[in-house]
Design a protein around this ligand. Structure first.
Ligand code: NAD
Length: 290
């Protein structure tokens, strides 16, 4: 029987509706709407689409969207000053700097400059460290969104063998930490992994975050495995495809995410949930300081 589809678009709409309701309740209680600042440097074509979507969706849930567009020539110092300014602004609860950045700007310096309490991308070493210690605060959006999709299967994750393909700081690594937190046995495979097909075949859960179209073959998938495809690639015909050979993998998996319409929509929905969570955490800290 072909795998059941994990419909990220539907789940993302559900998460977005939950955030919208929570924001409305906050505002009805006389509190300010949470604010999200999305910073874009330069005009990277794919980034511009993501940034536009993030800003638009922020407004649709009743949050305040702060747009900061800086030229590709902006100096690192000036960008860091802008991040400090947003950090000090009480109406901004979340700060996101869209990656990639131009080569003259050190991405690590930028990520570390964001106040960890406003780091809604969850990339700051403080937040990654908390996730690694099993004490999550703000969690990287894409992996956290994948966990929500795994929850949709209704399957117990505890004890399952999860194979994550990819070890990037934004997807692979935090994904492995999330799965560990869910009591999976976790293997991280990457570009230097030997016998990748066999490693993937041992997975009850396979998360592909490689960035290569249809790289994961159908016969690498164990019968009944859950397949989460994070990849977003354009094939030769300009169509969006994932990292997994969907049609072949679907014949073996129990659940699978499509591309598009799987993990992608979850990332923005999780970003909004993170922004709401950041606003709540900041409010709690402010009350503690009274
Ligand atoms: P990346 O290039 O930073 O990392 C790719 C990883 O794949 C590396 O860790 C590398 O070791 C591994 N890899 C490369 N070749 C390999 C091979 N032959 N065998 C095994 N592993 C190999 O990419 P990324 O930022 O982690 O993104 C991965 C994919 O996910 C991309 O397609 C990206 O567009 C997509 N993505 C989607 C979302 C979303 O919201 N759905 C978010 C972020 C990234």
């Amino acid at each position: 029987m072909p795998a059941r589809i994990l419909d990220g678009k539907r789940v993302a709409e559900q998460v977005t509706a939950e955030v919208r309701d929570a924001v409305a309740r906050r505002v009805a209680r006389g509190m300010t709407a949470p604010g999200l600042a999305v910073v874009q440097v330069g005009e990277h074509a794919a980034s511009s689409i993501y940034v536009r979507n993030k800003r638009r969706t922020t407004e649709t849930v009743g949050m305040r969207s702060f747009a900061l567009d800086l030229p590709a020539t902006v100096g690192e110092r000036d960008l860091l000053d802008e991040i400090d300014r947003l950090g000090a602004d009480p109406s901004v609860n979340g700060i996101l700097v869209q990656l990639p950045l131009p080569p003259h700007i050190a991405r690590e310096a930028v990520i570390e400059r964001i106040d960890p309490a406003k780091d809604v991308d969850g990339f700051h070493p403080y937040n990654v460290g908390r996730l690694a210690l099993g004490m999550p605060a703000l969690r990287p959006c894409t992996p956290y969104g994948c966990m929500r999709l795994l929850a949709e299967t209704g399957e117990a994750l505890k004890g399952k063998h999860a194979v994550v393909i990819g070890r990037s700081t934004i997807v692979g690594r935090p994904m492995a930490l999330e799965l560990l937190l869910a009591h999976c046995t976790v293997t991280i495979a990457h570009s230097a992994t030997r016998d990748l097909a066999d490693v993937v075949r041992s997975g009850d859960i396979v998360v592909a975050a490689v960035g290569k179209p249809r790289f994961v073959q159908g016969d690498w998938i164990r019968e009944g495995a859950i397949v989460i495809d994070v990849g977003i690639n354009r094939n030769d015909e300009g169509k969006l495809v994932g990292d997994v050979d969907f049609d072949a993998a679907r014949e073996r998996a129990s659940y699978i995410t499509p591309v598009p319409g799987g993990v992608g929509p979850m990332t923005i929905a999780t970003l909004l949930a993170n922004t709401l969570h950041a606003a709540e955490l900041q409010q709690r800290e402010a009350l503690k300081a009274l």
